[in-house]
Design a binder for this molecule. Structure first.
Ligand SMILES: [Zn+2]
Length: 92
């Protein structure tokens, strides 16, 4: 008895059916890279936000007219914008 092979017997042994595997790997790598870059951007953003602001202004309050204003952090005294009196910075 010769064994009866089915009619739709198309093994196609020489052709690899792995066309989706490189695409899968590519998608995996791309998603991994995207996640990594997103993490890097997020950590950079967070680190930058955590650092103290270098240009934090000092707050001054005029003793003569009561005007409240701000000036650079590296100055100890600042002139009032209203009356021109020199005032000391307010310490918190
Ligand atoms: Zn003033």
């Amino acid at each position: 008895m010769a064994h009866d092979a089915p009619a739709g017997h198309q093994r196609a042994a020489g052709k690899p059916m792995t066309m989706s595997i490189p695409a899968l790997i590519l998608a995996y790598v791309v998603s991994l890279l995207a996640a990594l870059s997103a993490l890097a951007v997020y950590s950079e953003f967070r680190r930058r936000r955590f650092e103290p602001m270098p240009s934090e202004d000092k707050i001054f309050r005029c003793r003569r007219c009561g005007c409240v204003y701000t000036d650079d952090a590296d100055v100890d005294r600042s002139r009032c914008a209203q009356c021109g009196k020199m005032n000391e910075a307010i310490e918190f």
